[in-house]
Design a protein around this ligand. Structure first.
Ligand code: ZN
Length: 139
């Protein structure tokens, strides 16, 4: 068994920008040369998160609407009152979504469903450079 760690770098537009990272995660597994195991994608960030969804604009729109409904940026946030950075909703959204995802892979292929992709969502209020940790454990 071996453990390999790779980083993914990219830019986002912020404000619930959704980025499909499935191809990059698959490529990361390819780089390791490992055939079977698990891959964990982790975002070292308190204003973004990772999940899976069908890569389809309707799904993206529905997911963004859900976050607008349940964690409305126009509400008052204690974080904003304390720090004045205006991204209290970004932190709460990120906490709810979660910072990592683990997916098994078999024969070098992710075991995702046919319509299931890995997406990264940046909830912060402005464009950012992001770096994700991809750790592959396998043989
Ligand atoms: Zn903040």
């Amino acid at each position: 068994m071996s453990v390999k760690t790779i980083s993914l770098d990219f830019s986002t537009r912020g404000n619930a920008d959704i980025i499909d990272i499935t191809d990059q995660v698959t490529a990361s597994i390819g780089e390791t040369g490992l055939e079977n195991g698990i891959v964990t994608v982790f975002c070292p960030s308190s204003t973004s998160g990772i999940t899976t969804i069908e890569h389809e604009n309707g799904c993206f729109s529905d997911l963004r609407r859900l976050f607008d409904e349940i964690i409305d940026p126009r509400r008052e946030y204690a974080h904003n009152a304390r720090w004045g950075d205006g991204n209290g909703h970004s932190h709460v959204r990120a906490a709810l979504l979660g910072a990592s995802l683990t997916v098994p892979f078999v024969s070098g292929r992710l075991t995702l469903g046919t319509w299931q992709q890995i997406i990264y969502i940046d909830f912060d209020t402005h464009p950012r450079r992001r770096q994700l940790v991809v750790q592959v454990i396998g043989e």
